[in-house]
Design a protein around this ligand. Structure first.
Ligand SMILES: NC(=O)c1ccc[n+]([C@@H]2O[C@H](COP(=O)([O-])OP(=O)(O)OC[C@H]3O[C@@H](n4cnc5c(N)ncnc54)[C@H](OP(=O)(O)O)[C@@H]3O)[C@@H](O)[C@H]2O)c1
Length: 252
């Protein structure tokens, strides 16, 4: 079967690492990006240089029209979407509950939750055997923040990822008999463009490392390996699961 993998937020971090790894495993890759045009082109060029097939599609996952266009463009260029990774995400503005801003919360949930759900809707319409599809596999990139409400100041982000996990479980059960597997992957602290600014602070980094049983920050490549496993037939009896890739979790 031809494997076409669509990755949202695929120009950087976990999404880009997943794209590069998946291309070496026979997937044709479509990466979505919002603002990182040069980075997206670099991921595509790197994949093509190794003989893979990839395209980059601009689009804001907080906009339904962009989600619809992304699926249509992927299908036209690469054929039916058989696999989806929702990696696009933002940590919004850090702050305690008494500092919340309604507009910031809406933007956070528009990307991390509603955009992700709309991508899953479009995938379900195409993959479900009920709609004439041939099935497929989806990984939603959640976060360990969902488990404990996040580190202090990250409760809003944690809530958005908690929603991702709850939705993933429900979606999995709705479509389990229609050939679709969908799972959540919960990274712990990983060095990416989302976290590198804060991790440059040595004191902060040390405190984070001390809170992780393995005593270190994760790498995007390690998360990509776990994502690829959940996408693959090696995890064929797994759906609605939350897989923690977090060095043993964290203590707060
Ligand atoms: N790094 C960690 O420690 C960690 C831990 C747990 C979970 N995660 C999750 O892992 C996922 C990937 O994050 P990352 O760590 O790889 O950071 P990253 O490099 O910042 O990747 C996030 C990507 O999402 C894109 N994005 C954000 N909003 C978007 C939108 N509306 N439409 C399309 N793309 C959008 C960003 O592009 P633009 O900047 O151009 O918008 C960026 O390329 C996120 O869902 C994040 O919450 C990360």
């Amino acid at each position: 079967m031809n494997k076409t993998l669509l990755i949202t937020g695929g120009a950087s971090g976990i999404g880009a690492a997943t794209a590069r790894l998946a291309a070496t495993r026979g997937y044709r890759i479509a990466i979505n990006y919002r603002s990182r045009d040069a980075q997206a082109k670099k991921v595509v060029a790197d994949i093509e240089a190794k003989g893979g097939k990839a395209i980059a599609l601009p689009g804001d996952m907080a906009k339904e029209a962009d989600v619809l266009a992304m699926f249509d463009q992927t299908e036209r260029a690469l054929g039916p979407v058989t696999h989806l990774v929702n990696s696009a995400g933002t940590n919004g503005r850090r702050g305690r509950v008494d500092e919340y801003d309604a507009e910031v919360l809406q933007k956070l949930f528009a990307v991390n939750v509603i955009g992700l759900m709309l991508c899953c809707r479009e995938a379900a319409k195409r993959m479900s055997t009920k709609h004439g599809g041939k099935g497929g596999a989806i990984v939603n990139v959640s976060s360990m923040a969902a488990t404990l409400g996040g580190r202090l100041g990250s409760s809003a982000y944690a809530a958005s990822k908690g929603a991702v996990d709850a939705f993933t479980k429900g979606f999995a059960r709705e479509c389990a008999a229609e050939g679709i597997r969908v799972n959540s992957l919960r990274p712990g602290m990983v060095l990416t463009e989302m976290t590198e600014g804060r991790l440059k602070d040595a004191t902060f980094r040390t405190s984070i490392e001390k809170s992780i049983p393995m005593g270190r920050i994760g790498k995007s490549d390690e998360i990509a390996e776990a994502v690829l496993w959940l996408l693959s037939d090696e995890s064929s009896f797994i759906t609605g699961a939350m897989l923690d890739a977090a060095g043993g979790g964290y203590i707060i």
